[in-house]
Design a protein. Structure first.
Ligand code: PSU
Ligand code: MN
Length: 306
């Protein structure tokens, strides 16, 4: 095992026995939701993974150690710290480890640590992507490059419409990342089940997803996969409400000159504030929904691995 990595004993035991494990990210805890709902959600998502037959491994860097599987106290520290906690993507990992720091991992950094641990399935809310206006700003999330190179399947509700969803799909196509619509033919847009963007790969059950993962890696294709799982209809929000909040958040970001890794947390925070409790409740429900599907995929994949 990698000497810089620590596994929670429950995660280590499950991996050693070939039992299903689901990775969970921590930037969603520190930067994606407000306190105390972030802590409640992180614990509820772990419980949902367990209730569906897999072991949860929430991932972060703690005191310079890459950690797969956190204690409740560690999750609470990341939740209480909120935006004051360092947000770690691929390029931030080495410095955090070298200097013994603690930080929350993005989708990209969580994939890296999951792969080091041997975890192949990861559940989150939404992935990062190509930002609107990227032709001028060059703002493209490192999550997309990670999907192109690291063999982990990421179950998400598509991507938030703070991004340019069409360019995000083009980028993933260029880099050879399958985007599997789970029982859907268009990319889900996080709070809404649908968007204007067609997907050409559809799967209708967890076993089929596991078979695609196995084929992808057996072919020597090192990339990850996106599994796009629409928010349950009863928790979806009206598109006009979200579009208005997103337009205002984007305008504020531009006025205030927000740049770099601060852009996504700023937009997430403003959209949450502008739409109030509704969007937070929907956000929590879609993450739980992704945790359920990821647990089923991890179980199916564990059954395929010799
Ligand atoms: N989108 C969300 N919620 C989130 C994130 C994105 O709806 O919490 C987080 C994830 O951790 C994702 C990160 O990996 O933001 C992307 O940040 P950036 O755009 O700076 O790469
Ligand atoms: Mn960015």
């Amino acid at each position: 095992m990698n000497p810089l990595l620590d596994l929670h004993p429950e995660v280590a035991a499950a991996l050693a026995a070939g039992r299903p494990v689901v990775a969970l990210e921590s930037t969603i805890i520190s930067h994606g939701m407000p306190w105390p709902q972030n802590l409640e959600t992180a614990l509820a998502v772990e419980a949902e993974v367990r209730a569906h037959g897999a072991v949860p491994a929430t991932i972060a860097v703690i005191g310079g150690r890459a950690q797969a599987g956190l204690t409740q106290a560690q999750i609470e520290t990341l939740g209480r710290g909120g935006p004051a906690v360092a947000k770690l993507s691929r390029r931030d990992l080495a410095l955090a480890v070298a200097q013994g720091r603690t930080g929350a991992t993005t989708v990209a950094a969580t994939m890296i640590i999951a792969a080091l641990a041997g975890i192949r399935v990861f559940a989150t809310g939404g992935i990062g992507g190509v930002h609107r206006g990227a032709s001028a700003s060059f703002d493209i999330s490192a999550d997309l490059q990670e999907l192109a190179r690291t063999p982990v399947a990421v179950v998400c509700a598509g991507a938030k419409a703070i991004l340019d969803l069409g360019l995000t799909l083009e980028y993933l196509e260029t880099h050879g990342v399958p985007v599997l619509g789970y029982r859907c033919d268009r990319l889900p847009a996080f709070f809404t089940r649908d968007s204007d963007f067609a997907l050409d790969q559809r799967v209708d059950d967890a076993a089929a997803i596991a078979q695609v993962m196995q084929a992808q890696w057996a072919l020597g294709l090192g990339a990850g996969l996106v599994v796009a799982n629409p928010i349950p209809a009863e928790h979806a929000l009206p598109r006009e409400v979200m579009d208005r909040a997103i337009a205002q958040a984007l305008a504020e970001a531009q006025q205030q000159g927000v740049q770099g890794k601060a852009v996504t947390p700023f937009l997430l925070g403003r959209v949450n504030a502008l739409t109030g409790g509704d969007s937070l409740a929907s956000n929590i429900q879609l993450v739980l929904n992704n945790a359920r599907l990821a647990a089923a995929v991890a179980a199916a994949f564990a059954g395929l691995v010799p």
